[in-house]
Design a protein around this ligand. Structure first.
Ligand code: FHN
Length: 420
């Protein structure tokens, strides 16, 4: 797991036939996430599949995608190999409902990404919708093409043992080392079926990680938080928060509700301070390009991490249960504390650290931060004050180097303020 927990930051990609539709069907615009287009308008599978005939993302450039992820500071990428619409974004011999056989594009983007990922040092994983598949009778989800009588437990089992196993095997054997198989939306899968699929994956690729949305009773490697769910505690299990930049996962050009780069960094800091990774989503369009708004966010985040990455990669949380601080969040590594500040400059007061401070500086610039400490051992009371000088633009990170491995009073309840 160590590569995963050290990485802390990855790119999620939702890309499929729905990206070409961009949330529109005939003269309707979906109020939902765009990848749910088929379900929202109950589009018959024979109609929906016609999108493939025009799907020709000639601007797709695996090298550029991977370079963009690497420059944003991301260490892994998970892309939708098959979303709920059932369309495989890779070459599959299961049937011809896939990007290579059904589209004029005819290329296998996952193959190209696997190659480019090696070049840019970004690990590749695959999202695979194992339960919902609106193209298949036996799978969960399509109640408009298939009757209740057709959607039996036996049919679901046949789908799992048929298409799912066949395609999972292709994904795990045709693309080199697969870092993660990212399953989604378990509703009806039984613990036995989840367990059996887990074993199938492990036998084929022992090092491939599996997320908790596999379903079942815990045979996964790490926990996925809910969509855009803030961390609700400090995690002791490897955990990943996932988030969108606007509201939709798939490309939706009329969804303009983008977060700012600073908001994205705040989410990252909050997750890291709770010991969790952050996988940030991009929804490329039907031609294969990232939306310009996403590129702006990625660029700014990359610039920040180039200077402050030390506070993120390989970091962990601080065992002080502190309430949400408006000024920011803390991560730690060995004998260092990293205060991610979104407010300031000013005096940051922080409580509970027993260590003696050796030095404090602004990451990147090396500007010294004057500090003072007060302790009353009788009450195990410890306070530090970091006086951030004027002229430092937010967000910034204060690196505090201590005299040894971080030691704190875990019952310190008041974690600090930033005051002018
Ligand atoms: O239904 C999907 C949704 O389209 C998207 O893929 C997200 C990503 O986490 N997962 C499901 C909803 O939780």
């Amino acid at each position: 797991m160590s590569w995963f927990t050290d990485s802390r930051f990855g790119m999620f990609i939702h890309w499929g036939l729905y990206s070409a539709a961009g949330g529109r069907w005939k003269d309707l615009e979906t109020p939902w996430v765009s990848e749910w287009l088929m379900r929202k308008f109950r589009i018959p599978r024979t109609e929906y599949r016609k999108l493939a005939a025009d799907f020709n993302p000639t601007d797709f450039d695996a090298d550029r995608w991977m370079r963009t992820a690497a420059e944003a500071g991301m260490k892994y990428m998970v892309i939708t190999s098959k979303h709920h619409d059932g369309f495989a974004m890779f070459d599959s011999s299961w049937d011809d409902y896939n990007i290579v056989k059904a589209t004029p594009f005819g290329r296998d983007p996952l193959k190209e990404l696997a190659e480019a990922g090696k070049k840019h040092g970004v690990r590749l994983g695959f999202y695979y919708s194992h339960e919902q598949d609106w193209y298949e009778k036996g799978a969960y989800g399509n109640f408009w093409d298939f009757s209740k009588e057709e959607r039996t437990p036996e049919a679901f089992d046949a789908y799992l043992n048929g298409k799912v196993r066949h395609q999972v095997k292709e994904l795990l054997t045709n693309y080199g080392d697969v870092a993660i198989l990212w399953f989604d939306t378990p509703h009806i899968i039984t613990p036995e079926q989840s367990s059996s699929l887990r074993k199938f994956v492990r036998d084929l690729a022992p090092d491939c990680l599996v997320n908790s949305r596999l379903g079942g009773t815990g045979e996964w490697d790490y926990e996925s938080l809910g969509d855009n769910q803030p961390p609700y505690k400090r995690f002791t299990m490897p955990t990943e928060g996932i988030g969108t930049m606007n509201e939709s996962w798939g490309y939706k050009p009329f969804d303009h509700g983008y977060r700012t780069p600073e908001e994205v960094l705040q989410i990252m800091a909050r997750l890291a301070a709770c010991n969790a990774n952050y996988m940030l989503n991009v929804g490329p369009d039907g031609t294969g390009k990232f939306p310009p708004e996403s590129l702006t966010i990625l660029k700014r985040v990359g610039e920040f991490l180039k200077v402050n990455g030390e506070a993120l990669y390989g970091s962990s949380d601080l065992p002080i249960a502190y309430p949400d601080n408006r000024w920011g969040h803390v991560t730690r590594k060995k004998n260092c504390l990293y205060f991610w500040c979104f407010q300031g400059p000013g005096e940051l007061r922080f409580y509970g650290i027993r260590n003696k401070i050796r030095s404090a500086e602004i990451l990147g610039s090396g500007t010294a931060v004057p500090f003072s400490q007060y302790s009353n051992p009788e009450y195990d009371y410890h306070r530090m004050i970091l006086a951030v000088p004027q002229g430092i633009a937010t967000p910034f990170v204060i690196k505090v180097t201590c005299d040894g491995e971080i030691d704190c009073n875990v019952r310190a309840y008041y974690a600090g303020t930033m005051e002018e």
